[in-house]
Design a protein around this ligand. Structure first.
Ligand code: BGC
Length: 758
């Protein structure tokens, strides 16, 4: 299909019309030219495809589909292949259902445990989010279905999400909030991007040229189209000029006419409309050309895939010899979630699951299961009757498994959580059961960290997150040992909300949300503060044990342009087959920059039989050592010593090695009268040039600090002298010297050196 030709035949009205949807989910057809309408649909972890009663908050029904584990769970798998497989499955479903593009993945960073939409996001860490998003996109797009990576950019709270502006400094944006978008755009080339509702530093995302065009296209090479989040358009003319190609869901033609008028009045260049229409046409035809309407998909097979995936996502947080449970034993399943699991979050990602399997029904026939409701999910009321029944059931069983977590009303798209607790009625139930049943295990259904005041009182804790429609089966698989848990936390669980890095500023004031914690998000903050946490980033247990040895670096010293290969041997030292996630962090030993102690730069998941050893290899490039330098507007790895840290979690570093990295580029530098002597002395080339001047300074300053009577001068040692001099600007010589140097002489001398050296 010749898109350029179609474009040349389109009227201005048709081009403007193509730049907004015909309804909630379709682009506009242009029958005259044979341009078909195509459908887009939510996403991210299953289809929410509506054929009638269209809406976007997920209130009306959509077609029956499969709900896979939400991204909060998916990320805990740390498994690139698995999320790719989910992407392929969703891609097939889209082909079958005539959906051209699925709206996801959502890659916003989990800045605070409070964000109502954390369950749809991957992690507090941009590298993990990048890897998961990349493979999600590649999986879907391998089936010739588009993805729409969202919400670009800095949509990290639901509170006032359509009006708030995220106020973030450039380095933090680059290192934390842009990074996952950058990585996935470069690695996986999503067909489309969805801009967010919020503003960034005072300009709405939907009108933000810096991000939608300069960075997204100019720097990262994005070649698809940008669509608005549903209703994110404010000023359509500013939007299209900034690079917002498609408005969704459309404005009943109002904004199309505005675009036409702006072109006719000479306010808007028609070329910009052409460009947006061409980008949209390109993606429409990329899909149309590769249509596979005969694609079949098997609901049951996808359900089984959802079960397999969730089995890999669950994180075993505590196990004092209680798990796996014995098949055939007497087990009490307690809590409403045992019978009606919470397996997905509310809002636009809500999938109409064709079936949902609870732990109760999955455990049928596996053990002698008794049940008590324990609490109700509709109201947070401590119900003595429910609790005492639950206690009776728990007492008469060998083990009590309590299914707990966040009810729908506590966590959803559209609003934030107001605290980090699960309902009181659940906490009370757990406390009371743990008192009378020493063998108590908690299974958690939540999309974000919670406080666990009972963590010390129970023998086992299994984090199932929002695990998709097969969560009940997956829980039973893990609880009874058919699946060995292998997930690790994609986020830190702080002990209490007040400990979290953005606690003081989260939500912001009015329509301004300042990200004052900067790059110190998640473990970057807790580590630097050496703070005790409930469960650290990257933490998770297994039914077997692993030993790490033989950490090897391909070199002890590299230039920042080189590649470093790191390898480590991992052995399964237990008696069960299992999977281990090996984490690699990099930290700079001493830095001139305020940086996190370490950052995740690699991970691999390996499967090992008992006694088996495998060598895991990582490739590191400059970026792994770099921070974003705002002066040169680029990534920069300082010359110096770095540590390569191999961990079972971010707080359990088992091996480490040093590497010296040499920067191939010098940061811009100029000597001025305000340069300190300390900074000057660190530049041997300048010291060489300024030898006699420095000698003069030493003598003059020495006189000053020693005082007139040298014999009595014991108060200031030479070391102190040098230390004081370190922070003295060069112009200090004018005030404290012997008068032989004037301001003009000094600036002339520095100008000469700058010309010669810098
Ligand atoms: C959400 C998006 C979603 C869109 C369409 C918006 O409210 O923020 O994530 O894709 O609706 O349902």
């Amino acid at each position: 299909m010749n898109v350029k030709k179609i474009l040349s035949e389109m009227t201005l009205e048709e081009k403007a019309g193509l730049c907004s949807g015909s309804d909630f989910w379709h682009t506009k057809a242009i029958e005259r030219l044979g341009v078909p309408e195509v459908m887009v649909s939510d996403g991210p972890h299953g289809l929410r495809s509506q054929d009638q009663n269209l809406d976007n908050p997920g209130i009306n029904d959509s077609i029956k589909a499969v709900c896979f584990p939400a991204s909060c769970a998916m990320a805990a798998s740390f498994d690139r292949k698995l999320i790719y497989e989910m992407g392929e499955a969703i891609g097939d479903e889209c082909q079958h259902e005539n959906i051209s593009t699925i709206l996801g993945p959502a890659v916003n960073i989990k800045r605070s445990p409070l964000c109502g939409r954390n369950f749809e996001y991957f992690s507090e860490d941009p590298y993990l989010a990048t890897e998961m998003a990349t493979n999600h996109i590649k999986g879907v797009q391998s089936k010739n279905i588009g993805t729409s990576m969202k919400h670009f950019l800095a949509n990290n709270q639901e509170h006032r999400r359509m009006s708030t502006s995220s106020e973030i400094d450039e380095r933090t944006l680059r290192e934390i909030y842009l990074a996952a978008f950058e990585g996935a755009v470069k690695n996986a080339k999503p067909w489309t991007i969805m801009c967010s509702y919020n503003g960034i530093n005072g300009t709405l995302a939907s009108e933000n040229k810096k991000y939608l065009t300069d960075i997204l296209r100019g720097e990262w090479g994005f070649d698809g189209y940008v669509m608005s989040d549903w209703g994110a358009v404010n000023d359509r003319i500013k939007g299209i000029e900034a690079g917002l190609d498609l408005e969704m869901p459309g404005s009943n033609g109002v904004n199309d006419s505005r675009i036409v008028r702006a072109v006719k009045e000479g306010i808007l260049d028609e070329k910009i409309v052409d460009q947006a229409a061409e980008r949209i046409l390109n993606i429409i035809y990329r899909y149309i050309k590769n249509r596979q309407p005969d694609t079949k998909w098997d609901m049951e097979a996808h359900h089984e895939l959802a079960r397999k995936i969730e089995g890999e996502c669950m994180v075993l947080l505590k196990n004092e010899g209680i798990l796996p449970l014995k098949k055939g034993s007497r087990i009490a399943f307690i809590g409403e979630f045992a019978g009606i699991p919470r397996y997905q979050g509310g809002g636009s990602s809500y999938v109409n699951s064709f079936k949902i399997v609870s732990a109760m029904s999955a455990a049928d026939g596996i053990a002698d299961i008794t049940y008590a409701q324990g609490y109700g999910n509709n109201e947070d009321i401590i119900n003595e009757e429910l609790i005492s029944k639950a206690c009776e059931v728990a007492k008469s069983a060998e083990v009590a498994v309590i299914f707990a977590g966040l009810p729908d009303s506590f966590e959803s798209e559209g609003y934030d959580r107001i605290h980090m607790s699960i309902p009181n009625c659940q906490n009370e139930l757990i406390k009371r059961i743990a008192k009378i049943q020493p063998n108590t295990v908690i299974v958690l259904h939540n999309g974000s960290p919670i406080e666990m005041p009972w963590a010390e009182d129970v023998k086992g804790i299994l984090e199932a997150y929002l695990g998709g429609q097969a969560v009940g089966e997956a829980c039973v698989d893990v609880l009874f040992g058919d699946v060995n848990p292998s997930g690790k936390l994609p986020e830190t669980f702080p002990r209490k909300l007040q400990d979290s890095p953005s606690y003081l500023y989260y939500g912001g004031e009015g329509d301004k949300s300042e990200y004052r914690e900067g790059v110190f998000v998640g473990y970057r903050y807790y580590d630097k503060k050496d703070m005790d946490v409930l469960f650290p980033f990257g933490y998770g247990l297994s039914y077997t044990t692993f030993n790490y040895s033989n950490l090897k670096l391909s070199s002890k010293e590299i230039k920042d342009t080189d590649i470093l290969t790191v390898s480590v041997d991992v052995t399964n030292t237990g008696d069960k087959e299992g999977k281990e996630i090996v984490e690699l962090y990099v930290g700079e030993k001493e830095s001139n920059i305020i940086r996190p102690l370490k950052e995740l730069r690699g991970f691999e998941k390996v499967s090992l039989k008992p006694g088996e050893m495998k060598t895991v290899t990582f490739i590191l490039t400059k970026r792994a050592f770099s921070y974003y330098n705002t002066e040169i507007k680029d990534w920069y790895a300082e010359s110096g010593d770095y540590q390569i840290l191999i961990g079972k979690s971010s707080r359990d570093i088992v091996l480490n090695e040093s590497i010296y990295v040499e920067a191939s580029r010098k940061l811009p530098f100029k000597l001025t009268v305000n340069t300190t002597f300390g900074d000057l002395l660190e530049r041997p080339e300048a010291v060489e040039e300024l030898k006699s001047f420095i000698d003069l300074v030493k003598v003059s300053m020495g006189e000053q600090t020693k005082g007139k009577d040298q014999e009595k001068s014991v108060a200031i040692s030479d070391d102190m002298n040098i230390a004081m001099l370190k922070y003295m600007p060069i112009r200090g010589i004018l005030s404290f010297g012997d008068g032989s140097i004037t301001y003009d002489k000094l600036t002339a001398m520095l100008d000469d050196i700058n010309k010669k050296l810098y």
